[in-house]
Design a protein around this ligand. Sequence first.
Ligand code: ADQ
Length: 462
Amino acid sequence: MSRLVVVSNRVADPRKAAAGGLAVALGDALAASGGLWFGSSGKVVERADGGAPGEAKLHVQRAGEVTLATLDLAREDHDAYYRGYSNGVLWPVFHYRLDLADFDAGYIEGYRRVNRMFAHKLMPMLQPDDVIWIHDYHLIPLAVELRAMGCQQRIGFYLHIPLPPPLILAAIPAHEWLMRSLFAYDLVGLQSQADMNHLRRYLVTEAKAEQVAPNVFAAFNRQLRADAFPIGIDVDDLLAMVDGKEAQETMATMREQYPGQQLLIGVDRLDYSKGLPQRIRAFRKLLERHPESHGKATLIQVAAPSREEVDAYGDIRRELEGLCGAINGDFGDLDWMPIRYIHRTVARKRVPGLLRAARVGLVTPLRDGMNLVAKEYVATQDPADPGVLVLSRFAGAAEQLTDALLVNPYDTQATADAIQQALNMPLAERRMRHERLLAEVRAHDIHWWRQRFLDALMEIDA
Ligand code: ADQ
C-alpha cells in the first residue's frame, strides 16, 4: 500500500475535537497508510522575531499513526501568499467577484515563493511510491515546483472552491501560468459538473489543449485527467453529534427560548460569497408581504468571523449588522425579535443541534464550491418531522440536492416566496423531499468522495 501524503494550506491534528469533517476523513486515510500531512502551522513569524521571506522553520510531530509537518510562515510570506494572492485575488475571482480582486503585482511573487518553499521542504520527506494529494487554491503551482525538483510520484489536486468560466479566469494577469501549472498534476478534481465544463472550455479554447478523451487533455507535453468529485459529509459522525450532550442542550435551549416559533437557520462563515445580505433582504420581504408570520417566524443567523484583515470582509460585516438592526427595529416587538444575528463561531458539536431545531435551513450563497452546511442540514433533520432546505442554485450542492427548494438568491421576491413555501409545506411533502435528499447525502458522503478520488488517482499510469 502506498503512503498517502496530504498537502494543504493549514494542517489540523485529526485527533483533536475541533478538527472539521475534512480533517477527520483525510486523517482516516492518512492513518491507514502511516501517512504524512504537510502544510503551514498558522503561526506567523514577525520580522523582528527572525521571520524572513522564503524561509520557514519546519516542525515534525507524530499524531498517532500520522506524521504532521508544519511550517511557520514569515509575516511577508503570509501577507503576500495567503492574504494577498490566495484570498485577495484567487478567492474573489474564482467566486466571480472581479470587482473585489486586488491584482497587486507583489502578491504573485509571494505566492510563487511560498509554493517553491513548500516544495523544497516537502521534497526530502518524500518516498518513491508515495501518493501525493494537494488541496485547494493556495497551492495550485506546487506540483510544478515539485516536478522541477525531480518528483516522479503521482500527484492529485483538489479544488474546494468553484472554477469560473474562461473569460472570468482570463482576467487574472497570470492566468496562463496558473492554469498551465495544472498540467503538472496527474489528476485534478473539481466540485461540480459546472466547474468541469468551465475547465474543459478553458483548456480547449485558451490553453489550446487537445481533448483526447472526455476527461483527458493533452498540452505542454503532458496529459491531464480532470473530473468532478463532489465532496460530502460524514453522516454517521453528524448523527452521533445530534444525539450528543452539546447538541441536545442546544435544542432544549432553543425550545425554551422560542416556544411556538418556526425557526429559520443560517450557519455560515462571514464571507461575501455566502449571500448573507441578500438572504436578510429576502427575509425582510417575507415579513413585509406576510404579516401572519409576525411573532411566529424567527431567523437565527450565525456568521463566523473570517479573514477580517481583508477589507471586503469588514464591509460585509457592517452591511449585515445594518440590515439586521433595521429589521428588528421596524418589525420587532417587546416579545418578538425577527432576527437573532450572532457574529461568532458556534462550537462544532452544537451546530447539529441548531440545524435540527430549525424548520427551515437557509443556504443561499451567490457562488459556492459545494457548501457542506446544506448537506449537514439535511442529515440532522428528524425523518419523521423534517425541516425544509432552501438552497441557492449557485451552490455546488444544488447539482445533487435537487429536492431542496432551489432559489436564485439575487431574486429577493422569489427567495421570500420560497421561504414562505417552506414555512407552510405539508408534512407529507417535507418527508418525501427529505427522504430523497438524505439518500443522496448518504450515497455521496465524505468517505465515497475520498475513495473515489484516490481510486481515480491510482488508476492513472504514473
Ligand atoms: P467553506 O466556505 O468554509 O468551505 P462550507 O462547505 O459550507 O464552507 O463548510 C463550512 C463548515 O464550517 C461546515 O461544516 C459548517 O458547519 C461550519 N461552520 C460554518 N459557519 C459556522 C459557524 N458560524 N459556527 C460553527 N461552524 C460553522 C470551502 C468551500 C465550500 C466547500 C468546502 C469543502 O468554500 O464550497 O464545500 O470548502 O470542500
